[in-house]
Design a protein around this ligand. Sequence first.
Ligand code: MG
Length: 398
Amino acid sequence: MSETIDLAILVVAAGRGTRAGQGLPKQYRPLAGKPLLGHTLLTLLQAAPEARVLAVIHPDDIEFYKQTVADLPRDLAKRLLPPTFGGETRQISVLKGLEALAQQAAPQIVLIHDGARPFPSRGLIDRARDTAIAHGAAVPGLGLTDTVKQIDADGRIIATPPRDRLRTVQTPQAFQFDLILSAHRKAAAAGQEGLTDDAAIAEWAGHPVYVFEGEQENMKITTADDIALAEAKLARTLDDVRMGQGYDVHAFGPGDHVWLGGLKIPHDHGLVGHSDADVLSHAITDAIFGAIGDGDIGSHFPPADPQWRGAASSIFLAAAVEHLRKRGGMLAHVDATLVCERPKIGPHRDAIRKSLAEIMGVSLDRVAVKATTSERLGFTGREEGMAALAIATVRLPL
Ligand code: MG
């Protein structure tokens, strides 16, 4: 029966939450190098191979969204409908998404899912759809292991509800399309605001809503800690661990600064090169290309090509990481060493790490930068130039 059901999934990603850090809207924060929303869309398109998927996004995020979609496999992305812009509240955003679906071709069943829940399983999607077919309105729920207390304004316990009848609910919440569209329209017309999930809208409109079994793994990413947990979970699926090395040298010349790891550092000389001569970024770029067996910085960005004259090397480094991501991989760690007598690297070390982490879209603890002199020996010892060595560890799908 399920093969004939017309299913659409509405992905709500219009919020402005930046709690997970890095200043980006949280839906677009990198998770193992790919925007959180990209993981969610990919998982849904794979878990529901018959469904159309429509994302509700913030109008300011259209470019982020386009980039996110551009990285999805084409055969899956073709089931994405054009995104719809959301509104002030989640409730308004969902209604706008439902109206957009109604205008195109109303499905029989709609699943409404948080953009920040990247791990719904195929089983969960199937249960959502089947329960909505059977009952009209259904939400995934988890039983509680802790006892719940209700308190008053002074923090005094006033009730201990029996926990076997309590559930925490997740998404996707699943509905017969006409039922939830008319409930949302009715709530909007009645000025009924502040209902925090779609089950509450259906309940308010008088529909029985049933709970089916949710999944612990179907977590919502809210804090930076959640990101770390989710990355650890994703890393477990990337078992092909590889390393690459990189080495680069640039000569000193006239100038008053050097670029290292995308950071401008004052010095009494500059580094000479076709691009900005960021020796550290070049070594790391080569290490990443090496780890995925994909040429080197020179083959991707030929020095003879005039478009790279004076280019910021952050472009090369970000591109290497992008090649890795296109392979479905993530950057696990970079360890780099600069060899020079001067400038002194120590005072700038953490700023350089931070800059590199931002360029590569990874957390700070995945980036190490060290420095050594060569005891006045050789070209680095004579301060004729700087050298950089790097090792990158990457994880790819098996
Ligand atoms: Mg170079």
